[in-house]
Design a protein around this ligand. Structure first.
Ligand code: ZN
Length: 311
């Protein structure tokens, strides 16, 4: 008799699209999940729970699914899987998503933060592979961070550990979306970079700003130097508090040429005093990291007995 494969679904919910992977256990303990299918759907607006149930049906096709994990771009109660706040998907604010999906699908379900899901994959099977202590940063519209120890994210007492984007690097600076003044996001977040580039006389997206920096455009050099300096100060704070084995930097702004990251890494090396500067590396897994990290989380919620029975 053939042993049934425990198929799981990982969903990565973004502001405009949901990425899904249908996956099974890797061939050896510690391997990445085997991705059997993957795809992208539009993010459901109204009635988001029903929309996510439909996404699971699309992802699993005619196969039986054994567990689900969903990553959400916002703050999650890590104990209950209730969504506390999501800036880009207000329909999910306050929704007991884990409980509602588990009830609708009769499956084990986990709901996690999207930065944490991507960090799990990147730390275990991406640039952090082989290291026990990894800090990941995702540079985009916002700046997400996660500390991954032995493959598990340290979420902190209230689920908000690792929020390096909200470390103050310019006291009295611009107002951040979180309400503080001078957070890292107010200088290095994509909207802040774009505004600074426009104020300097440039045009186009932050990716074009980074290209102009590479070409030596003095206007772009001034903007990127300020951003790299702020990022370096935040990383030095991180090294002082956490002392990670490596720092992995991904997200849209890091994948388009890595110049901002490279410059920040140079400044960290110049400014470090007592700190042991770890490798500062670009992320390796790209845009599917969140869905793969969700699938890994879904496999974990099958429990040791279910996993042991299938090996
Ligand atoms: Zn902030």
């Amino acid at each position: 008799m053939s042993v049934p494969v425990p198929l799981v679904i990982g969903l990565d919910v973004g502001g405009s699209s949901v990425k899904y992977v249908a996956a099974a256990l890797g061939s050896a303990p510690g391997d990445a999940p085997q991705v059997l299918r993957r795809g992208t759907l539009a993010t459901p607006g109204r009635r988001p729970v029903a929309g996510l149930v439909a996404a699971v049906a699309e992802a699993c096709g005619s196969d039986e699914v054994h567990a689900l994990a969903v990553s959400i771009p916002g703050l999650i109660d890590s104990g209950t899987g209730r969504v506390i706040r999501v800036a880009n998907l207000p329909e999910l604010d306050g929704v007991a998503l884990q409980e509602e999906l588990a009830s609708a699908l009769s499956l084990p379900v986990r709901v996690i933060n999207d930065g944490h899901a991507a960090a799990i994959a990147e730390a275990r099977w991406g640039s952090g592979q082989g290291r026990a202590d990894v800090f990941t940063l995702a540079l985009g519209t916002g700046i997400a961070g996660a500390h991954v120890l032995d493959g598990q994210v340290r979420v902190g007492a209230n689920g908000s550990a690792g929020e390096l984007g909200h470390v103050v690097v310019e006291p009295g600076g611009a107002r951040c979306s979180c309400g503080q003044l001078g957070c890292l996001e107010t200088i290095v977040g994509a909207p802040a970079l774009q505004a600074a580039w426009r104020d300097a006389g440039g045009s186009g997206s932050p990716v074009e700003l980074l290209r102009a920096f590479g070409d030596g455009d003095p206007r772009a050099v001034a903007v990127v130097e300020r951003a790299a300096s702020a990022l370096a100060d935040a990383i030095l704070t991180l090294l002082a508090l956490v002392d990670p084995g490596c720092v992995v930097i991904g997200g849209g702004l890091a994948s388009a040429p890595h110049r901002l990251v490279l410059r920040a890494a140079q400044l960290v090396a110049e400014r470090a005093s007592f700190h042991q500067v770890p490798p500062i590396l670009p992320a390796a897994l790209g845009r599917w990291a969140g869905a793969v990290g969700s699938a890994a989380t879904a496999l974990e919620c099958l429990g040791e007995d279910a996993l042991g029975a299938t090996r």
